[in-house]
Design a protein around this ligand. Structure first.
Ligand code: BES
Ligand code: ZN
Ligand code: ZN
Length: 442
């Protein structure tokens, strides 16, 4: 049993001189750690402190940890404990020398209630594992199987539309992207009916499930191409939101829609100049096959509106390099014409540490997507304001929804951190959605 004792930043104790705020010390007798919280500690930074200890000291941790906290806010202790759990994650499960971290399935005891923090950390860890998984281990069917299994375990409905059902349903844009693939596309439909939430307020999240993005015929360069395994980060965030809502028993009616396929090169692949159909009935001229995310998302959005009439329509996608160039790895881009939603999500993002920042949703940006041969084209042909253009494209397929909000997480789905050599999954989106769903909304 490892003992971890949390001390307040300004505490006068036996270790006042030895232990600086925001750091920890390993002790031998009893075997454990002394941790001093940072000055003005917030939950997000306290979670990081726990994560750092857990990751860095795994050789000195047992499968059982007891946490003692003196004069520390319960929310901070819970966040620290969530961090301990997060620090147990590693992407190395397919390495021959993989050794499971003792806290991945170990127990963390504390006098207070860290239940919610532990559940969130566990969901986030499962989502990170999915995003970090190699593309050949998460084909469209594998994503569907993950969702089915999660729904069965945690009590929410999951239906999978196979390729034939997608055709029947008219998901022509999803099927167009799937033309170059060996793996049939699927549409994964998840529904969680939380007690008290049903009927009042249906919230839909659509997540981009491109299991690998080669760019298609408009092929990408090979530098960092391996990271395009994370092009299902939006799907993963959607899975996480559903699983977390169910496990935390949030009183909401939540729908998750994930169109899933890879974007590959083949004789059958769509080509620039092709005109394709879509679920919403609009025709699309393909200018660039690398703008595939917006094609499958268009069908996901239209399907959600037609089948669920959600009160709030949200989507999350690793959609554009433009979002990366605009905000780097600091925050996600957020676009909506609904100012109230934008404000709510800014506040939710600040609170949970997954920050989002708005870009202008104005109709001025729609002009560049007008096509001579179809209702809309999938790329304006110019390199300016690409994240906004993607949003203007998607708006065409929301059937004029009044509470639609879009999150482009291309920059934040992966990050270079202290816990891995290459960029690693963040699980971005899970906490943002859970935070927003847990708050008072109108
Ligand atoms: N999956 C990419 C976006 C992306 C880029 C995600 C970098 C993560 C990191 C998306 O499908 C894409 O290729 N977008 C193109 C669109 C362009 C051709 C209109 C882009 O942003 O360059
Ligand atoms: Zn692409
Ligand atoms: Zn993509």
């Amino acid at each position: 049993m490892t003992k971890i004792k949390l001390l307040p930043a300004e505490g006068q104790d036996d270790y006042t001189d030895a232990l600086k705020a925001g750091t920890y010390l390993r002790t031998v007798n009893p075997a454990g750690f002394l941790v001093r919280l940072a000055k003005d500690a917030a939950p997000a930074s306290t979670q990081t402190l726990g994560q750092g200890l857990s990751h860095g000291e795994k050789d000195y941790l047992d499968g059982g940890v007891t946490v003692e906290a003196e004069e520390i806010d319960d929310a901070l202790t819970a966040a620290f404990i969530g961090g301990l759990k997060l620090g147990a994650y590693s992407a190395g499960q397919r390495r021959g020398d993989f050794k499971e971290h003792p806290l991945l399935h170990g127990e963390i005891q504390w006098g207070g209630d860290a239940g919610a923090a532990l559940i969130l950390a566990d969901v986030q860890t499962r989502i990170m594992a999915l995003v970090d998984a190699p593309a050949n281990k998460k084909r469209a069917q594998d994503l569907a199987a993950w969702a089915v299994e999660s729904g069965k375990t945690y009590g929410y409905d999951v239906r999978v539309l196979d390729k034939a059902a997608c055709l029947e349903e008219g998901l022509h844009a999803l099927l167009a992207v799937n033309r170059g693939s060996e793996d049939p596309a699927v549409l994964i439909v998840m529904e969680y009916r939380g007690g008290g939430g049903e009927g009042k307020d249906t919230i839909a999240i659509i997540g981009k499930g491109v299991t690998f993005d080669t760019g298609g015929v408009s092929i990408k360069g090979s530098q960092n191409l391996h990271l395009m395994k994370s092009d299902m980060g939006g799907a993963a965030a959607t899975f996480g939101a559903l699983e977390a809502a169910a496990r935390l028993k949030l009183p909401v009616h939540l729908v998750g829609i994930v169109p899933a396929t890879d974007n590959s090169v083949d004789a059958l692949s769509i080509k620039p100049s092709d005109v394709i159909e879509s679920h919403a009935g609009k025709t699309i001229e393909i200018i660039d096959t690398d703008a595939e995310g917006r094609l499958i998302m268009a069908d996901g959005l239209s399907y959600a509106v037609k089948h669920f009439s959600p009160t709030t329509l949200m989507d999350v996608a690793t959609l554009t390099g433009s979002a990366v160039r605009t905000f780097g790895y600091v925050c996600a881009a957020m676009l909506s014409k609904n100012e109230a939603l934008v404000q709510q999500f800014r506040a939710a993002g600040d609170a949970c540490g997954e920050r989002v920042w708005p870009l202008p949703p104005w109709d001025d940006f729609a002009k560049g997507l007008e096509s001579d041969v179809a209702d809309v084209k999938n790329f304006s042909g110019n390199p300016l304001h690409g994240a906004t253009d993607a949003f203007k494209f998607l708006e065409n397929f929301t059937h004029g929804h009044a509470r639609y909000i879009h999150f482009d997480i291309a920059g934040v789905a992966l990050k270079q951190g202290p816990y891995a050599k290459d960029r690693q999954a963040t699980g971005f989106g899970v906490r943002l959605f859970v935070e927003w769903l847990s708050r008072e909304r109108s």
